[in-house]
Design a protein around this ligand. Structure first.
Ligand code: NIG
Ligand code: FE
Length: 450
């Protein structure tokens, strides 16, 4: 665990007996609830009408869930300081829901800093992939890695995400590309769950690339006939946990037909569908997502007009990943058109060895500058809509009674500083609250540090 931040939960039975409530965060300048009427997502103009309480407080119970949120004076009457094991005075600060990162690839060894310099010099992502680099390079290192090393790297990354405010994170497999290593990745994710801090949503991405020596048709058959049934059997035996299935649908990787075959098989086995599409070429992935009833489709830099209409009609979430277009200097996805036509839009970091970013506040900043989101839209896309993309918006994504007590405290009187101060999340977030436990920055100043 970092020496700068420390998780200070109050688990003791003694404290629980003496105080009816776990945490009170009081007198915040603004509590930015995002939703207040149990909405599962927000789209169109509603993204700019987020719910807020001026001078508000939040109470979290011993079960880790929000017990109350409201004006500070009301909460003070119902929940005196002495009734709460921990009290944070948020005067001059803002409280936001924990952020949700709904697209990440965090289980791997084999970084690709050498390829970053090649890409900066103009070499194309798919050319590197075809030459055996990219995902293939990381796969070799992941296959060779010891389980303890994979676990250590994953834990370190999840902790960094938590420090930057993400309290629910999607984790994909996809650097094994053989059943044994993919299952090892699933077991690693299970071991890394730290009492669900952050909460984790697991996506099986065995179809992330076609391993060398295979035809795409052969590997597709292997995923359908061997990978998915085995993974689901292990899940029913309680050995691993999987929520969704993913495919990298792209020209020269998995075509539309193979993607359809894999996703149909996954759906048949009870998995949610959440896949990569329309990133480097327009392939009709958004239309396929609508056809199959997918919950989410990611990237969409090259989505067609028909694809956008299909997303609106089907209610499939568009997960946009501003880091990828930024790092690969791709054309930006048509985010404004999607939001204005009513697509449910979410944001993810896409953390992976190609796009190395663990911090959703940076992603939100890029969404505003490069994708023309408003700051309110970016917050909605990184909270309630991202939670909805993972089927978790009944538990995550807003500050409402009964949801998980996951909060960010932002050291500024306007919440927008979280987005405005690019790369300053370590300073601007003094506390991240997860299930009512507090991850705190222990060095508030230079003098305190030395
Ligand atoms: O979402 N596009 C496919 N998957 C990742 C990249 C993975 C990698 O390059 O290692 C993405 O950008
Ligand atoms: Fe990805």
């Amino acid at each position: 665990m970092s020496n700068v931040l420390q998780l200070t939960g109050q688990h003791s039975d003694c404290a629980a007996m003496n105080t009816p409530h776990k945490l009170l965060v009081k007198c915040a300048e603004n509590v930015v609830c995002v939703c207040s009427r149990g909405e599962k997502w927000l789209s169109g103009p509603a993204m700019n009408k987020i719910s807020m309480i001026e001078r508000g407080s939040v109470v979290v119970g011993w079960d880790g869930n929000i017990e109350a949120v409201g004006p500070a004076d009301d909460i003070a009457q119902r929940f005196p300081d002495a009734s709460c094991a921990r009290v944070i005075d948020a005067t001059g600060m803002c409280v936001l829901p924990g952020l949700v990162d709904c697209h990440t690839h965090p289980v791997w060894e084999g970084d690709r800093v050498h390829e970053f310099s090649m890409k900066l010099a103009g070499v194309n992502y798919l050319d590197i992939h075809r030459a055996g680099g990219g995902i293939h390079y990381t796969m070799q290192h992941t296959r060779a890695a010891k389980q303890e090393q994979l676990l250590h790297s994953l834990r370190t990354r999840l902790f960094a995400m938590l420090r930057a405010g993400s309290t629910l994170v999607e984790c994909k497999t996809g650097y094994g590309l053989d059943l044994d290593t993919e299952i090892r990745m699933l077991r690693t994710i299970d071991r890394a769950r730290w009492d669900d801090r952050p909460a984790v949503h697991v996506t099986y991405c065995g179809a992330h690339a076609v391993p060398r020596g295979y035809l795409v048709s052969e590997y597709t058959r292997e995923i359908v006939e061997k990978h998915l049934p085995t993974v689901v059997r292990l899940m029913h035996q309680g050995e691993v946990h999987v929520d969704s299935v993913d495919v990298f649908c792209e020209q020269g990787v998995f075509g539309l037909e193979e993607t359809r075959t894999i996703l149909r098989a996954g759906k048949h086995l009870g998995l949610r569908l959440n896949f990569h599409g329309d990133e480097l070429h327009p392939t009709g992935a958004a239309e396929l997502a609508a056809e199959l009833g997918a919950h989410a489709v990611s990237h969409l830099e090259e989505v067609s007009k028909d694809g956008i209409s299909a997303l609106v009609t089907s209610g499939c979430v568009a997960i946009l990943l501003p880091t990828t277009a930024f790092m690969l200097r791709l054309k930006q996805p048509p985010a404004r058109t999607m939001i204005d036509t009513g697509v449910i839009v979410a944001l993810g970091s896409d953390f992976n060895p190609n796009a190395y970013c663990l911090a959703m506040p940076v992603v939100m900043h890029l969404a505003c500058v490069n994708l023309h989101f408003t700051m309110a839209e970016a917050l909605v896309a990184a909270t309630i809509n991202a939670a909805h993309a993972l089927g978790c918006s009944h538990r995550h994504g807003s500050i409402e009674q009964g949801k998980r007590g996951d909060l960010l405290i932002v050291k500024a009187s306007r919440w927008e500083h979280l987005i405005y101060q690019l790369g300053c999340h370590a300073d601007i977030i003094p506390y991240v609250v997860c299930k009512g436990d507090v991850l705190e920055n222990r060095c508030p100043s230079y003098n305190a540090a030395f």
